[in-house]
Design a protein around this ligand. Structure first.
Ligand code: BGP
Length: 474
């Protein structure tokens, strides 16, 4: 077997429109759920206690993502820096409300379409393949207020129209697409994903069903437009461990693992609802409204590749056990005594990534795309302007090294790796700038002060070298 990452491996970085574009109300863009989401610690709390505001309240809250890092106006400068690092791909999302400001408008907004065309052309100028997420935590606000979010089937048709519009416009230029970001956070009732308050288990799974149908319809449209297009799903994957060898703990972990790590991938890659999901629905009195044709469209339009974000693993102990809790991306677990955690309590587990890759490739047999990975940390700018982020290099090096083992020793077909937040951007969970992931530093603080100037951290040169050696020099 040939050693190392395959030729044409897609090294790059990942972002989301609502976390870095800014220009939240320019050129005809409508409001999205991200625009009414305040920054600060209250953000995740609001999501959890179901009191997510549906209006902008400037007196009460700050909204760092309204400015973002101003990528909307600075994309040329930023893409030049990505090119300098040697990016082969750049993952970005399109903001639905730049294209259809209210989500249900009769005609698309040409200024929005033109903007993304300019960004795509700029990437192609440097031979950087765009990877586009069609929906990254950004349902247009009107669809939440007037339609009740994704539990309403009408969103399927509206999404289909949006997807068709952007696919028709960019299908000849963009090969790699993902439909919904981290769709499996919908299992937890995430407002970001479902565009509705966490009302009931039934509504959450109905909303997910509607997204599965919408996603499959987008895949169908894409393939009709360009048979060479590659469509992928996108989930969080958190490797799950049983805290102890008690078979009851292991059985509970298996159940949790299936509903969180597998369920959405099973539907989108295998093309059908798995048996355990039917059992889960029966046990929890979930009755879905499945219309004629839904299951067929899901079955006929499965994904070409599977993408996932990987930041941490999670450990499951019996509910009766008194154990220390850990923090995490959307959910925590029981503190794992073998792992260290980031400043935000996310448990760092590079070996867990090798397990993830083996697990997913063994189960699905389709190429895998690591669409997010990275360390959120506070960076210190030295007097001379340099930023020595050796902690970030250490995190990424260890993860890439495990990826390499999964590829060369275990034979996993891995096609891409896009480091999250390759340029500093607004954090999804805190809505702040303090938690940074970038190779490129952006001079901006949580009060909105700063020059917005970009500078290279130590990790910039390091990642450039990783890419130029196709992952040999890590
Ligand atoms: C994922 C999201 C991203 C991103 C990342 C890091 O869940 O897809 O949008 O932000 O996590 O999370 P955070 O910004 O909260 O550190």
């Amino acid at each position: 077997m040939k050693k190392g990452f395959k030729d044409g491996f897609l090294w790059g970085g990942a972002t989301a429109a609502n976390q870095f574009e800014g220009a939240y109300n320019e050129d005809g863009k409508g409001l999205t759920i991200a625009d009414v989401s305040p920054g600060g610690k209250q953000r995740m709390k609001l999501l959890r206690d179901d009191s997510y505001p549906l209006e902008i309240d400037l007196e009460k809250y700050t909204y760092p993502n309204h400015l973002g890092i101003d990528f909307y106006h600075r994309y040329k400068e930023d893409i030049a820096l990505f090119a300098e690092m040697g990016f082969k791909t750049f993952r970005m999302s399109i903001s639905w409300a730049r294209i259809f400001p209210n989500g249900d408008d009769a005609q698309p907004n040409e200024a929005g379409l033109k903007h993304y065309e300019n960004v795509i052309d700029e990437l192609l100028k440097y031979n950087i393949e765009p990877t586009i997420t069609i929906s990254h935590y950004e349902t247009p606000l009107n669809l939440v207020k007037s339609y009740g979010g994704w539990k309403n089937r009408e969103l399927i048709g509206l999404f289909e129209k949006y997807a068709r519009t952007i696919l028709e416009r960019y299908a000849s230029k963009v090969t790699y697409w993902m439909t919904f970001n981290e769709i499996n956070t919908g299992v937890l009732g995430s407002f970001f994903t479902l565009g509705m308050r966490n009302e009931s288990l039934n509504n959450n799974f109905q909303a997910l069903h509607n997204q599965f149908v919408a996603s499959a319809k987008a895949v169908k449209i894409a393939r009709e437009l360009n048979p060479n297009i590659k469509m992928g799903c996108m989930s969080i994957y958190a490797t799950m461990y049983a805290y102890d060898s008690n078979p009851v703990t292991v059985a509970e972990t298996m159940e949790e693992n299936r509903m969180f790590n597998y369920f959405c991938n099973d539907v989108q890659v295998r093309g059908e609802y798995p048996t355990y999901a039917h059992s889960f629905f029966t046990k929890n009195n979930v009755v879905l409204d499945v219309q004629p044709g839904d299951l067929e469209v899901i079955k006929e339009n499965t994904m070409d590749y599977l993408s996932f974000s990987y930041y941490m693993s999670t450990t499951h102990a019996l509910k009766t056990a008194e154990k220390e809790e850990s923090e995490g991306n959307f959910f925590g677990g029981t503190k794992n005594p073998y792992l260290e955690a980031s400043e935000w309590g996310w448990e760092i587990d590079p070996v867990g990534l090798r397990i993830a890759l083996n697990d997913l490739y063994g189960r699905y047999g389709v190429p895998l795309y690591i669409s997010e990975n990275g360390l959120g940390a506070v960076d210190k700018v030295e007097e001379d302007g340099s930023i020595h982020d050796d902690y970030r290099i250490d995190y990424l090096r260890k993860h890439i090294s495990e990826m390499e083992k999964a590829v060369t020793i275990d034979g996993v077909d891995l096609m891409a790796y896009t480091a999250w937040g390759c340029i500093d951007l607004v954090s999804a969970s805190t809505g702040e700038m303090a938690k940074r992931y970038g190779f490129i530093y952006v001079d901006l603080d949580d009060e909105g002060k700063g020059t917005l100037e970009r500078s290279r951290k130590d990790s910039f040169e390091w990642y450039k070298n990783v890419i130029s050696t196709n992952g040999v020099a890590i």
